[in-house]
Design a protein around this ligand. Structure first.
Ligand code: OS5
Length: 227
């Protein structure tokens, strides 16, 4: 069973619109949708914003609904200046940029018995690469930094770039990857750029959330069809 997570309704609606026979379940105070895409049974949910919400959703998909693969679809702020609005990037690794226990000698982002960088699944990443190649779609890859902050500031952006060599920033991916690492579930994280995490980020995010979310959702559904 494949699980698809987005953070916001706008990130999951384009996926729900393409599922047939959708059934809805309520767990805690959030909704989970079961449906079929082509011949593939999937569960989908939007977690709501941030690491805690994303971790709850990933855990429920795995533990309650028996999902064996998780695909994340959504938007991100560009850290790498070669990424532009609407561009796609998948995470090779993710890190929590807001973790700081350096007072105990640990590197930024590092948690004892957990680590810092979470790797995504090489096989899922290969499937994504093959779809991009076949369709002539430009697909970037790199490090995605996650934290409970909407980054809209040049100085903070530079800090994340320098500290983690990050290419994009968002607020959920590393939390889902952490849950997946804990349960041994393969994870793929795809984001389409909605803003450049700079002083215009709020404005651009509002302007491009829907279009960029759809670009990511369409690609993730292509992956579902190929699994
Ligand atoms: O899920 C959050 C992370 N997403 C990726 C992202 C990002 N992350 C960090 N920094 C950046 N520059 C980023 N660019 C893209 C996007 C999302 C950001 S938080 C957006 C909150 C927008 C909002 N707040 N209230 N509403 C919308 C209205 C509302 C009302 C009722 C229910 C839900 C929303």
């Amino acid at each position: 069973m494949i699980g698809i997570i987005g953070a916001m309704r706008e990130e999951i609606d384009p996926i729900l619109g393409k599922l047939s026979g959708v059934k809805t379940y309520l767990v805690g105070d959030n909704k989970y949708y079961e449906g079929v895409y082509g011949e593939k049974a999937v569960f989908a949910a939007y977690s709501r914003i941030g690491k805690v919400n994303a971790a709850i959703t990933a855990t429920i998909l795995i533990e309650r609904f028996g999902v064996k693969t998780i695909l994340f679809s959504g938007v991100a702020g560009a850290i790498n200046n070669s990424l532009h609005i609407g561009d796609l990037i998948y995470a090779t690794r993710l890190v929590q940029h807001d973790v700081d226990i350096t007072a105990f000698g640990h590197p930024l982002g590092f948690i004892p018995e957990t680590g810092d960088f979470f790797a995504t699944d090489p096989n899922l990443n290969k499937v994504a690469e093959s779809i991009a190649f076949e369709r002539g779609i430009k697909l970037g890859k790199g490090i995605i930094a996650t934290g409970d902050q909407f980054i809209a500031d040049g100085a903070k952006k530079t800090q994340i770039a320098e500290r983690y060599k990050a290419d994009a920033v968002e607020m959920e991916g590393a939390a889902v990857a952490c849950v997946c690492a804990s349960f041994g579930v393969p994870i793929f994280v795809l984001r389409s750029i909605s803003d450049a995490a700079d002083m215009d980020a709020g404005f651009n995010f509002d302007a491009f959330l829907e279009s960029s979310a759809r670009i990511s959702a369409d690609f993730v559904l292509d992956i579902v069809a190929k699994l």
